[in-house]
Design a binder for this molecule. Structure first.
Ligand code: HEM
Length: 511
Protein backbone atom coordinates (compact mmCIF):
# COMPACT_ATOMS: atom_id res chain seq x y z
CA UNK A 1 0.00 0.00 0.00
CA UNK A 2 2.88 2.30 0.82
CA UNK A 3 4.53 1.59 -2.55
CA UNK A 4 1.25 2.48 -4.21
CA UNK A 5 0.97 5.83 -2.48
CA UNK A 6 4.60 6.65 -3.33
CA UNK A 7 3.86 5.94 -6.96
CA UNK A 8 0.68 8.02 -6.83
CA UNK A 9 2.66 10.87 -5.29
CA UNK A 10 5.14 10.60 -8.12
CA UNK A 11 2.31 10.84 -10.66
CA UNK A 12 0.50 13.72 -8.90
CA UNK A 13 3.56 15.80 -8.19
CA UNK A 14 5.43 15.37 -11.43
CA UNK A 15 7.28 12.08 -10.98
CA UNK A 16 8.64 10.34 -14.05
CA UNK A 17 6.13 8.98 -16.57
CA UNK A 18 8.03 5.69 -16.60
CA UNK A 19 7.19 5.14 -12.90
CA UNK A 20 3.54 6.08 -13.45
CA UNK A 21 3.22 3.72 -16.39
CA UNK A 22 4.00 0.66 -14.30
CA UNK A 23 1.87 0.82 -11.14
CA UNK A 24 2.05 -2.28 -8.99
CA UNK A 25 -0.83 -4.74 -9.16
CA UNK A 26 -3.85 -4.49 -6.92
CA UNK A 27 -3.66 -7.43 -4.54
CA UNK A 28 -5.93 -9.58 -2.43
CA UNK A 29 -5.75 -9.10 1.34
CA UNK A 30 -3.18 -11.88 1.39
CA UNK A 31 -0.94 -10.24 -1.19
CA UNK A 32 -1.71 -12.09 -4.41
CA UNK A 33 -2.09 -10.05 -7.61
CA UNK A 34 -5.72 -9.61 -8.76
CA UNK A 35 -6.30 -10.44 -12.44
CA UNK A 36 -9.32 -8.19 -12.78
CA UNK A 37 -11.12 -5.85 -10.40
CA UNK A 38 -13.74 -5.07 -13.08
CA UNK A 39 -15.74 -8.27 -13.64
CA UNK A 40 -16.86 -11.07 -11.34
CA UNK A 41 -16.20 -14.66 -12.37
CA UNK A 42 -19.40 -16.09 -13.92
CA UNK A 43 -20.55 -19.46 -15.24
CA UNK A 44 -20.38 -18.48 -18.92
CA UNK A 45 -21.99 -15.37 -20.47
CA UNK A 46 -25.48 -15.89 -18.91
CA UNK A 47 -24.64 -18.04 -15.87
CA UNK A 48 -24.62 -16.99 -12.20
CA UNK A 49 -21.65 -15.54 -10.33
CA UNK A 50 -19.37 -18.21 -8.92
CA UNK A 51 -18.78 -18.48 -5.17
CA UNK A 52 -15.22 -19.53 -5.98
CA UNK A 53 -14.37 -15.92 -7.00
CA UNK A 54 -12.47 -15.39 -3.77
CA UNK A 55 -11.46 -11.82 -4.67
CA UNK A 56 -15.12 -10.82 -5.01
CA UNK A 57 -16.16 -12.62 -1.80
CA UNK A 58 -13.27 -11.16 0.20
CA UNK A 59 -13.90 -7.65 -1.14
CA UNK A 60 -17.61 -7.70 -0.25
CA UNK A 61 -17.08 -9.36 3.13
CA UNK A 62 -14.41 -6.89 4.14
CA UNK A 63 -16.58 -3.95 3.01
CA UNK A 64 -19.48 -5.37 5.05
CA UNK A 65 -17.34 -4.96 8.17
CA UNK A 66 -16.18 -1.36 7.68
CA UNK A 67 -18.28 0.16 10.45
CA UNK A 68 -17.50 0.02 14.15
CA UNK A 69 -19.88 1.47 16.76
CA UNK A 70 -19.68 5.23 16.78
CA UNK A 71 -19.08 6.98 20.11
CA UNK A 72 -22.32 6.90 22.13
CA UNK A 73 -21.89 10.67 22.53
CA UNK A 74 -19.46 13.04 20.76
CA UNK A 75 -19.66 10.93 17.58
CA UNK A 76 -18.95 13.75 15.11
CA UNK A 77 -15.41 15.00 15.51
CA UNK A 78 -12.14 16.00 13.96
CA UNK A 79 -8.59 15.66 15.30
CA UNK A 80 -5.18 17.29 14.98
CA UNK A 81 -1.65 16.77 16.31
CA UNK A 82 0.27 19.39 18.23
CA UNK A 83 2.83 20.17 20.91
CA UNK A 84 2.52 21.49 24.46
CA UNK A 85 5.28 23.73 25.83
CA UNK A 86 5.58 24.37 29.56
CA UNK A 87 6.05 27.94 30.76
CA UNK A 88 8.09 26.85 33.77
CA UNK A 89 8.96 24.33 36.45
CA UNK A 90 5.76 23.63 38.42
CA UNK A 91 7.13 20.74 40.44
CA UNK A 92 6.16 22.41 43.75
CA UNK A 93 2.55 21.88 42.67
CA UNK A 94 2.72 18.69 40.65
CA UNK A 95 5.18 15.96 39.83
CA UNK A 96 3.55 15.61 36.36
CA UNK A 97 6.62 15.49 34.14
CA UNK A 98 5.20 17.68 31.36
CA UNK A 99 5.27 20.64 33.78
CA UNK A 100 8.78 19.98 35.15
CA UNK A 101 10.85 22.54 33.21
CA UNK A 102 10.49 25.76 31.28
CA UNK A 103 10.36 25.07 27.55
CA UNK A 104 9.74 21.33 27.97
CA UNK A 105 7.80 20.03 24.96
CA UNK A 106 5.24 17.23 25.02
CA UNK A 107 3.56 15.82 21.89
CA UNK A 108 -0.24 15.84 21.78
CA UNK A 109 -3.33 14.74 19.88
CA UNK A 110 -6.53 16.77 20.19
CA UNK A 111 -10.08 15.87 19.16
CA UNK A 112 -12.90 18.40 18.77
CA UNK A 113 -16.49 17.22 18.64
CA UNK A 114 -20.17 17.97 18.89
CA UNK A 115 -22.09 15.93 21.46
CA UNK A 116 -25.53 14.67 20.61
CA UNK A 117 -25.80 13.85 16.91
CA UNK A 118 -24.20 11.08 14.83
CA UNK A 119 -20.96 11.09 12.88
CA UNK A 120 -22.26 12.78 9.73
CA UNK A 121 -24.35 15.45 11.47
CA UNK A 122 -23.92 19.21 10.88
CA UNK A 123 -21.30 21.13 12.85
CA UNK A 124 -23.54 24.18 13.23
CA UNK A 125 -25.93 22.85 15.89
CA UNK A 126 -26.42 24.37 19.33
CA UNK A 127 -24.55 21.88 21.46
CA UNK A 128 -21.52 21.93 23.75
CA UNK A 129 -18.31 21.23 21.83
CA UNK A 130 -16.00 18.48 23.04
CA UNK A 131 -12.35 19.52 23.35
CA UNK A 132 -10.30 16.45 24.32
CA UNK A 133 -6.53 16.68 24.81
CA UNK A 134 -4.13 13.73 24.83
CA UNK A 135 -0.62 14.50 26.10
CA UNK A 136 1.96 11.77 25.38
CA UNK A 137 4.08 12.57 28.47
CA UNK A 138 7.32 10.75 29.29
CA UNK A 139 5.65 9.17 32.33
CA UNK A 140 2.58 7.95 30.47
CA UNK A 141 -0.39 9.53 28.73
CA UNK A 142 -2.59 12.25 30.20
CA UNK A 143 -6.07 12.71 28.73
CA UNK A 144 -7.78 15.97 29.64
CA UNK A 145 -11.25 15.33 28.21
CA UNK A 146 -12.91 18.73 28.31
CA UNK A 147 -15.58 20.86 26.67
CA UNK A 148 -15.78 24.43 25.38
CA UNK A 149 -18.09 25.33 28.29
CA UNK A 150 -16.81 25.48 31.88
CA UNK A 151 -19.69 23.68 33.62
CA UNK A 152 -22.00 20.71 33.07
CA UNK A 153 -25.76 20.02 33.23
CA UNK A 154 -25.64 17.51 36.08
CA UNK A 155 -23.43 16.77 39.08
CA UNK A 156 -23.82 13.02 39.52
CA UNK A 157 -22.92 10.40 36.87
CA UNK A 158 -26.02 8.38 37.80
CA UNK A 159 -28.07 10.93 35.82
CA UNK A 160 -25.94 10.85 32.64
CA UNK A 161 -27.74 8.07 30.70
CA UNK A 162 -31.15 9.68 31.41
CA UNK A 163 -29.89 13.09 30.37
CA UNK A 164 -28.42 11.78 27.14
CA UNK A 165 -31.60 9.78 26.36
CA UNK A 166 -33.66 12.96 26.76
CA UNK A 167 -31.34 14.94 24.48
CA UNK A 168 -30.89 12.25 21.80
CA UNK A 169 -33.61 11.68 19.17
CA UNK A 170 -36.81 10.06 20.41
CA UNK A 171 -36.81 6.22 20.28
CA UNK A 172 -40.20 6.48 18.53
CA UNK A 173 -39.71 9.22 15.94
CA UNK A 174 -35.88 9.38 15.78
CA UNK A 175 -36.24 13.17 16.08
CA UNK A 176 -34.63 15.37 18.72
CA UNK A 177 -37.45 16.93 20.70
CA UNK A 178 -37.26 19.78 23.25
CA UNK A 179 -40.40 18.32 24.89
CA UNK A 180 -38.27 15.44 26.12
CA UNK A 181 -35.10 17.30 27.13
CA UNK A 182 -36.94 20.13 28.92
CA UNK A 183 -39.15 17.58 30.68
CA UNK A 184 -35.93 16.10 32.10
CA UNK A 185 -34.18 19.40 32.85
CA UNK A 186 -37.30 20.87 34.51
CA UNK A 187 -36.57 18.42 37.36
CA UNK A 188 -32.94 19.57 37.67
CA UNK A 189 -32.44 23.12 38.95
CA UNK A 190 -28.67 22.55 38.80
CA UNK A 191 -28.88 22.46 34.98
CA UNK A 192 -29.89 26.18 34.88
CA UNK A 193 -26.29 27.38 34.69
CA UNK A 194 -25.22 25.11 31.80
CA UNK A 195 -28.50 25.67 29.89
CA UNK A 196 -27.97 29.43 30.16
CA UNK A 197 -24.48 29.03 28.69
CA UNK A 198 -25.61 26.64 25.93
CA UNK A 199 -28.41 28.98 24.79
CA UNK A 200 -26.10 32.03 24.87
CA UNK A 201 -23.86 32.99 21.93
CA UNK A 202 -21.10 30.54 22.95
CA UNK A 203 -23.59 27.68 22.37
CA UNK A 204 -22.63 27.71 18.66
CA UNK A 205 -18.86 28.31 18.27
CA UNK A 206 -17.92 29.75 14.86
CA UNK A 207 -15.34 26.96 14.40
CA UNK A 208 -13.07 24.79 16.54
CA UNK A 209 -10.15 27.25 16.63
CA UNK A 210 -12.01 30.16 18.12
CA UNK A 211 -13.33 28.60 21.29
CA UNK A 212 -11.93 28.09 24.76
CA UNK A 213 -11.64 24.78 26.59
CA UNK A 214 -12.30 23.67 30.15
CA UNK A 215 -11.62 20.52 32.14
CA UNK A 216 -14.87 21.29 34.06
CA UNK A 217 -14.14 19.08 37.07
CA UNK A 218 -11.80 19.63 39.95
CA UNK A 219 -8.76 17.35 39.71
CA UNK A 220 -5.78 17.03 42.06
CA UNK A 221 -2.24 18.18 41.47
CA UNK A 222 0.11 16.04 43.57
CA UNK A 223 3.79 16.84 44.13
CA UNK A 224 6.67 14.43 44.80
CA UNK A 225 6.07 14.69 48.58
CA UNK A 226 2.49 13.45 48.11
CA UNK A 227 1.00 16.88 48.97
CA UNK A 228 -2.07 17.72 46.90
CA UNK A 229 -4.17 20.72 45.86
CA UNK A 230 -7.49 20.78 44.04
CA UNK A 231 -7.18 22.24 40.54
CA UNK A 232 -9.37 23.23 37.60
CA UNK A 233 -7.92 23.42 34.07
CA UNK A 234 -8.94 26.04 31.51
CA UNK A 235 -7.38 26.79 28.12
CA UNK A 236 -7.95 29.98 26.18
CA UNK A 237 -7.88 30.36 22.41
CA UNK A 238 -5.12 32.63 21.12
CA UNK A 239 -7.34 33.16 18.07
CA UNK A 240 -10.02 34.81 20.22
CA UNK A 241 -13.55 33.47 20.77
CA UNK A 242 -16.10 33.74 17.96
CA UNK A 243 -19.65 32.43 17.80
CA UNK A 244 -22.45 32.06 15.28
CA UNK A 245 -25.91 33.49 15.88
CA UNK A 246 -28.82 31.19 15.02
CA UNK A 247 -29.19 33.10 11.74
CA UNK A 248 -25.45 32.82 10.94
CA UNK A 249 -25.64 29.09 11.63
CA UNK A 250 -28.58 28.66 9.22
CA UNK A 251 -26.57 30.37 6.50
CA UNK A 252 -23.36 28.42 7.20
CA UNK A 253 -25.12 25.03 7.16
CA UNK A 254 -26.63 25.77 3.76
CA UNK A 255 -23.10 26.25 2.41
CA UNK A 256 -21.12 23.59 4.31
CA UNK A 257 -22.55 21.34 7.00
CA UNK A 258 -19.00 20.37 8.08
CA UNK A 259 -17.61 23.89 8.15
CA UNK A 260 -15.60 23.47 11.40
CA UNK A 261 -13.67 20.50 10.00
CA UNK A 262 -13.17 22.35 6.71
CA UNK A 263 -11.82 25.33 8.68
CA UNK A 264 -9.31 23.23 10.64
CA UNK A 265 -7.95 21.47 7.55
CA UNK A 266 -7.71 24.80 5.70
CA UNK A 267 -5.96 26.78 8.43
CA UNK A 268 -3.54 24.08 9.59
CA UNK A 269 -2.93 23.15 5.94
CA UNK A 270 -2.01 26.78 5.25
CA UNK A 271 0.46 26.80 8.14
CA UNK A 272 -1.66 29.07 10.38
CA UNK A 273 -1.28 26.94 13.48
CA UNK A 274 -3.89 27.61 16.19
CA UNK A 275 -2.81 27.70 19.83
CA UNK A 276 -4.28 27.77 23.31
CA UNK A 277 -2.84 28.85 26.67
CA UNK A 278 -3.37 26.28 29.43
CA UNK A 279 -4.06 27.64 32.93
CA UNK A 280 -4.85 26.12 36.25
CA UNK A 281 -6.82 27.38 39.25
CA UNK A 282 -5.44 26.02 42.50
CA UNK A 283 -7.39 25.47 45.71
CA UNK A 284 -6.00 24.23 49.00
CA UNK A 285 -8.05 21.31 50.46
CA UNK A 286 -8.56 23.46 53.58
CA UNK A 287 -10.46 25.99 51.42
CA UNK A 288 -13.11 23.59 50.15
CA UNK A 289 -15.76 24.78 52.60
CA UNK A 290 -15.26 28.51 52.21
CA UNK A 291 -17.65 28.98 49.25
CA UNK A 292 -21.45 29.31 48.98
CA UNK A 293 -21.21 26.35 46.57
CA UNK A 294 -19.37 23.03 46.60
CA UNK A 295 -16.12 23.37 44.60
CA UNK A 296 -16.35 19.67 43.69
CA UNK A 297 -19.71 20.25 41.94
CA UNK A 298 -19.30 20.20 38.13
CA UNK A 299 -22.23 22.62 37.65
CA UNK A 300 -20.08 25.40 39.13
CA UNK A 301 -17.11 27.47 38.02
CA UNK A 302 -14.50 28.70 40.47
CA UNK A 303 -14.81 32.48 40.05
CA UNK A 304 -11.47 33.90 38.95
CA UNK A 305 -11.68 36.66 41.58
CA UNK A 306 -11.81 34.00 44.32
CA UNK A 307 -9.44 31.44 42.76
CA UNK A 308 -6.93 33.10 40.42
CA UNK A 309 -5.33 31.24 37.50
CA UNK A 310 -1.71 30.31 36.95
CA UNK A 311 -0.56 29.97 33.32
CA UNK A 312 1.08 26.58 32.79
CA UNK A 313 1.97 26.68 29.11
CA UNK A 314 0.75 26.76 25.57
CA UNK A 315 -0.20 24.14 23.00
CA UNK A 316 -0.17 24.56 19.26
CA UNK A 317 -1.83 22.32 16.67
CA UNK A 318 0.31 21.85 13.59
CA UNK A 319 -0.61 18.65 11.72
CA UNK A 320 -3.78 16.98 10.52
CA UNK A 321 -4.00 13.17 10.68
CA UNK A 322 -3.00 11.11 7.64
CA UNK A 323 -6.09 8.96 8.00
CA UNK A 324 -9.34 9.89 9.74
CA UNK A 325 -10.40 6.41 10.86
CA UNK A 326 -6.99 5.22 11.97
CA UNK A 327 -6.22 8.27 14.06
CA UNK A 328 -9.29 10.39 14.88
CA UNK A 329 -11.97 7.70 14.97
CA UNK A 330 -9.84 5.19 16.87
CA UNK A 331 -8.55 7.80 19.33
CA UNK A 332 -9.68 6.93 22.84
CA UNK A 333 -9.68 9.66 25.48
CA UNK A 334 -10.58 9.01 29.10
CA UNK A 335 -10.58 11.20 32.22
CA UNK A 336 -9.14 8.12 33.95
CA UNK A 337 -5.89 8.31 31.97
CA UNK A 338 -3.62 10.31 34.28
CA UNK A 339 0.16 10.22 34.79
CA UNK A 340 1.83 10.58 38.20
CA UNK A 341 1.12 14.06 39.60
CA UNK A 342 -2.47 14.33 38.34
CA UNK A 343 -5.29 12.51 40.14
CA UNK A 344 -9.09 12.63 40.19
CA UNK A 345 -10.98 14.66 42.78
CA UNK A 346 -14.03 13.28 44.57
CA UNK A 347 -16.38 15.13 42.13
CA UNK A 348 -19.27 12.64 41.66
CA UNK A 349 -19.63 13.31 37.96
CA UNK A 350 -15.93 12.76 37.35
CA UNK A 351 -15.93 9.56 39.38
CA UNK A 352 -18.54 8.04 37.02
CA UNK A 353 -16.58 9.18 33.99
CA UNK A 354 -13.48 7.38 35.28
CA UNK A 355 -15.34 4.11 34.63
CA UNK A 356 -17.44 4.96 31.59
CA UNK A 357 -14.84 5.91 28.97
CA UNK A 358 -12.54 2.89 29.14
CA UNK A 359 -15.62 0.67 29.39
CA UNK A 360 -17.15 2.04 26.17
CA UNK A 361 -13.75 1.96 24.44
CA UNK A 362 -13.26 -1.74 25.19
CA UNK A 363 -16.62 -2.24 23.47
CA UNK A 364 -16.13 0.33 20.68
CA UNK A 365 -12.51 -0.52 19.79
CA UNK A 366 -11.71 -3.81 21.53
CA UNK A 367 -9.73 -4.88 24.58
CA UNK A 368 -6.37 -3.86 23.11
CA UNK A 369 -7.38 -0.31 22.12
CA UNK A 370 -4.52 1.24 24.12
CA UNK A 371 -2.03 -0.49 21.78
CA UNK A 372 -3.38 1.26 18.68
CA UNK A 373 -0.75 3.70 17.39
CA UNK A 374 -2.86 6.80 18.16
CA UNK A 375 -3.45 5.73 21.78
CA UNK A 376 -0.16 3.98 22.53
CA UNK A 377 1.93 5.72 25.19
CA UNK A 378 5.26 7.13 24.04
CA UNK A 379 6.61 6.12 27.48
CA UNK A 380 7.67 2.47 27.75
CA UNK A 381 4.69 0.24 28.53
CA UNK A 382 5.58 -2.73 30.67
CA UNK A 383 2.52 -4.66 31.76
CA UNK A 384 1.58 -8.33 31.83
CA UNK A 385 -1.45 -8.10 29.56
CA UNK A 386 -1.99 -11.13 27.40
CA UNK A 387 -3.79 -11.97 24.17
CA UNK A 388 -7.27 -10.60 23.56
CA UNK A 389 -8.65 -9.69 20.17
CA UNK A 390 -6.16 -8.10 17.75
CA UNK A 391 -3.22 -8.13 20.13
CA UNK A 392 0.01 -6.98 18.50
CA UNK A 393 1.79 -5.92 21.68
CA UNK A 394 1.97 -9.25 23.47
CA UNK A 395 4.43 -10.00 26.26
CA UNK A 396 7.79 -11.10 24.84
CA UNK A 397 8.90 -12.78 28.06
CA UNK A 398 8.12 -16.07 29.76
CA UNK A 399 7.58 -14.15 33.01
CA UNK A 400 4.19 -12.56 32.33
CA UNK A 401 3.40 -12.27 36.04
CA UNK A 402 4.64 -10.32 39.05
CA UNK A 403 6.17 -10.82 41.62
CA UNK A 404 8.83 -13.13 40.35
CA UNK A 405 12.42 -13.96 41.40
CA UNK A 406 13.50 -12.67 37.99
CA UNK A 407 12.36 -9.15 39.03
CA UNK A 408 11.72 -8.12 35.43
CA UNK A 409 9.31 -5.50 36.78
CA UNK A 410 8.62 -4.32 40.30
CA UNK A 411 6.52 -1.86 42.29
CA UNK A 412 7.62 1.77 42.25
CA UNK A 413 6.65 3.12 45.72
CA UNK A 414 7.40 6.79 44.91
CA UNK A 415 4.43 6.58 42.56
CA UNK A 416 1.81 5.62 45.15
CA UNK A 417 -1.40 7.65 44.90
CA UNK A 418 -1.84 10.54 47.35
CA UNK A 419 -3.78 9.89 50.57
CA UNK A 420 -6.94 11.84 51.41
CA UNK A 421 -8.73 11.98 54.79
CA UNK A 422 -12.18 10.35 55.00
CA UNK A 423 -15.13 10.81 57.35
CA UNK A 424 -18.81 9.84 57.75
CA UNK A 425 -20.71 6.73 56.71
CA UNK A 426 -21.70 5.41 53.30
CA UNK A 427 -24.74 7.26 51.97
CA UNK A 428 -26.94 7.92 48.93
CA UNK A 429 -27.68 11.61 49.34
CA UNK A 430 -27.27 14.78 47.31
CA UNK A 431 -24.58 17.34 48.13
CA UNK A 432 -25.24 19.91 50.88
CA UNK A 433 -24.49 23.18 49.08
CA UNK A 434 -26.51 22.91 45.85
CA UNK A 435 -26.72 26.67 45.16
CA UNK A 436 -28.30 25.99 41.73
CA UNK A 437 -29.05 29.49 40.46
CA UNK A 438 -26.50 32.12 41.62
CA UNK A 439 -23.84 31.44 38.98
CA UNK A 440 -26.46 31.24 36.20
CA UNK A 441 -27.70 34.67 37.31
CA UNK A 442 -24.16 36.09 37.37
CA UNK A 443 -23.56 34.73 33.85
CA UNK A 444 -26.79 36.37 32.63
CA UNK A 445 -25.90 39.71 34.23
CA UNK A 446 -22.45 39.72 32.62
CA UNK A 447 -23.94 39.51 29.07
CA UNK A 448 -24.29 42.73 27.12
CA UNK A 449 -27.76 43.84 25.96
CA UNK A 450 -27.46 42.02 22.61
CA UNK A 451 -26.24 38.85 24.31
CA UNK A 452 -29.21 38.90 26.70
CA UNK A 453 -31.66 39.45 23.80
CA UNK A 454 -30.23 36.52 21.84
CA UNK A 455 -30.23 34.24 24.91
CA UNK A 456 -33.95 34.92 25.49
CA UNK A 457 -34.70 34.47 21.78
CA UNK A 458 -32.75 31.17 21.51
CA UNK A 459 -34.29 29.73 24.66
CA UNK A 460 -37.81 30.86 23.71
CA UNK A 461 -37.48 29.24 20.27
CA UNK A 462 -37.05 25.79 21.89
CA UNK A 463 -39.26 26.33 24.95
CA UNK A 464 -42.12 27.39 22.69
CA UNK A 465 -42.09 23.89 21.21
CA UNK A 466 -42.86 22.42 24.66
CA UNK A 467 -46.51 21.35 24.91
CA UNK A 468 -46.72 20.52 28.65
CA UNK A 469 -47.51 23.73 30.58
CA UNK A 470 -46.00 22.27 33.79
CA UNK A 471 -42.61 21.75 32.12
CA UNK A 472 -42.62 25.21 30.57
CA UNK A 473 -43.59 26.87 33.86
CA UNK A 474 -40.85 25.05 35.82
CA UNK A 475 -38.20 25.95 33.27
CA UNK A 476 -39.19 29.63 33.37
CA UNK A 477 -39.24 29.40 37.16
CA UNK A 478 -35.63 28.20 37.20
CA UNK A 479 -34.48 31.06 35.00
CA UNK A 480 -36.47 33.50 37.16
CA UNK A 481 -34.68 32.19 40.25
CA UNK A 482 -31.36 32.82 38.48
CA UNK A 483 -32.30 36.41 37.76
CA UNK A 484 -35.77 38.07 37.94
CA UNK A 485 -35.22 40.10 34.74
CA UNK A 486 -34.12 36.93 32.89
CA UNK A 487 -37.18 34.99 34.07
CA UNK A 488 -39.63 37.83 33.46
CA UNK A 489 -38.46 38.39 29.89
CA UNK A 490 -38.52 34.67 29.15
CA UNK A 491 -42.00 34.28 30.68
CA UNK A 492 -43.27 36.94 28.29
CA UNK A 493 -41.51 35.34 25.31
CA UNK A 494 -43.03 31.91 25.95
CA UNK A 495 -46.39 33.08 27.29
CA UNK A 496 -46.08 31.73 30.83
CA UNK A 497 -47.59 33.57 33.84
CA UNK A 498 -44.86 34.45 36.35
CA UNK A 499 -47.03 33.27 39.27
CA UNK A 500 -47.35 29.85 37.59
CA UNK A 501 -43.57 29.71 37.11
CA UNK A 502 -42.86 30.54 40.76
CA UNK A 503 -45.46 28.06 41.99
CA UNK A 504 -43.98 25.33 39.77
CA UNK A 505 -40.51 25.82 41.26
CA UNK A 506 -41.91 25.78 44.80
CA UNK A 507 -43.66 22.44 44.10
CA UNK A 508 -40.42 20.96 42.82
CA UNK A 509 -38.42 22.17 45.81
CA UNK A 510 -40.98 20.55 48.13
CA UNK A 511 -40.65 17.09 46.53
C1 HEM B 1 -17.15 11.23 25.10
C2 HEM B 1 -19.51 9.50 28.93
C3 HEM B 1 -19.51 13.88 30.97
C4 HEM B 1 -16.56 15.41 27.49
C5 HEM B 1 -17.83 10.40 25.94
C6 HEM B 1 -18.07 9.01 25.70
C7 HEM B 1 -18.72 8.53 26.78
C8 HEM B 1 -18.91 9.61 27.70
C9 HEM B 1 -19.18 7.09 27.01
C10 HEM B 1 -17.63 8.24 24.46
C11 HEM B 1 -16.18 7.88 24.58
C12 HEM B 1 -15.67 7.05 23.43
O1 HEM B 1 -16.43 6.32 22.79
O2 HEM B 1 -14.45 7.10 23.18
C13 HEM B 1 -19.68 10.53 29.82
C14 HEM B 1 -20.27 10.40 31.13
C15 HEM B 1 -20.30 11.64 31.69
C16 HEM B 1 -19.70 12.55 30.73
C17 HEM B 1 -20.78 9.09 31.73
C18 HEM B 1 -20.80 12.08 33.03
C19 HEM B 1 -20.96 11.25 34.04
C20 HEM B 1 -18.68 14.66 30.24
C21 HEM B 1 -18.18 15.94 30.65
C22 HEM B 1 -17.35 16.36 29.67
C23 HEM B 1 -17.32 15.35 28.64
C24 HEM B 1 -18.51 16.64 31.98
C25 HEM B 1 -16.55 17.60 29.61
C26 HEM B 1 -15.84 18.03 30.64
C27 HEM B 1 -16.49 14.40 26.56
C28 HEM B 1 -15.72 14.51 25.34
C29 HEM B 1 -15.89 13.32 24.65
C30 HEM B 1 -16.76 12.49 25.44
C31 HEM B 1 -14.88 15.70 24.90
C32 HEM B 1 -15.29 12.96 23.29
C33 HEM B 1 -13.89 12.45 23.45
C34 HEM B 1 -13.32 12.18 22.08
O3 HEM B 1 -13.10 13.17 21.36
O4 HEM B 1 -13.11 11.02 21.72
N1 HEM B 1 -18.37 10.76 27.16
N2 HEM B 1 -19.34 11.83 29.61
N3 HEM B 1 -18.13 14.32 29.02
N4 HEM B 1 -17.10 13.18 26.59
FE1 HEM B 1 -18.21 12.53 28.09
Amino acid sequence: MQTRSLLLTAILFGGSAAVAATPPPLTTDTGSPVGTNQNSKTAGPRGGVLLEDFHLIEKLARFDRERIPERVVHARGTGAYGTFESYGDFSKLTRASLFSAKGKKTPMFVRFSTVIHPTGSPETLRDPRGFALKFYTDEGNWDLVGNNLPVFFIRDAIKFPDMVHSLKPSPITNKQDPNRSFDFFSHLPESTHMLTQVYSDIGIPANYRQMNGHGVHAFKFVNAKGEYKYVKFNWSSQQGVKSLTAEDAARVISEDHQHATTDLYATIGAGKFPSWELSVQVLDPKELDKFSFDPLDATKIWPEAQVPSIKLGKFTLNKMPDNFFEETEQAAFSPGVQPPGIEPSEDRLLQGRLFSYADTQRYRLGANYQSLPINRARATVSNNNEAGSMNFANTKSDVNYEPSVSRETQDAPPYLFSNAPLSGTTQQRGIEKTDPFAQAGAFYLALDAGGKDRLIKNLAADLNKVRDARVKARMVGHFFMANPDYGTRLAKAVNVKLDDAKAAVATLAAR
